[in-house]
Write a protein that binds this ligand. Sequence first.
Ligand code: GSH
Length: 229
Amino acid sequence: MSAKPKLYYFDGRGKMESIRWLLAAAGVEFEEEFLETRDQYEKLLQGGSLLFQQVPMVEIDGMKMVQTRAILSYIAAKYNLYGKDLKERALIDMYVEGTNDLMGFILMFPFLSAEDKEKQRAFIVQKATSRYFPVYEKVLKDHGQDFLVGNNFSWADVHLLEAILMVEEKKSDVLSGFPQLQAFKARISSIPAIKKFLQPGSQRKPVPDDKYVETVRRVLRMYYDVKAN
Ligand SMILES: N[C@@H](CCC(=O)N[C@@H](CS)C(=O)NCC(=O)O)C(=O)O
């Protein structure tokens, strides 16, 4: 039996969270090493483990993988969450990139000033409800199926649920005008592997707090200000 994938990142969401979600959705157990000190990060750098001197890094199947998108694609393909043919794969890629753009607005949120946080919250909700959610609402309504692509559970479904929950953390009733997405959320959340991941005590990370922000800033020597969109 091959070893469990090992994830190298901070003890928080950031760019690793979607990887945790996808592994969990595939029912794959994984280990994590959390970066707490600059020393740990420099050891990884000096050991040549970080191809572009960045995390996330995932040890999987004898590889030290970096680049979030590459890691996610590998996991999706390996665990049959990436469609049955090239056209389904293309659709999954489009939907995932859409949700990724939306999540990108949320990724740096914890690093903003209090004033910018309020501006960014409004921006996220506006983008979600006017650009991204209407797309997925229409896809689900038009084909009338349970999943976004090919009537099968895929990476696109996992990514969309993650994005929905992230936006709901910014505005809890954000799905009120999206009945298809409400039903989708309930359906995907009840898939056993997802349900397990959503329960307390799983490897899902909480909303980033000040301690997470301080650790990331210290380890990466991130001394600059981050601005809202
Ligand atoms: N394109 C990369 C970007 C990764 C990235 O920006 N990682 C940050 C932490 S979230 C990092 O390691 N920054 C250190 C640096 O760039 O020097 C990916 O998607 O994985």
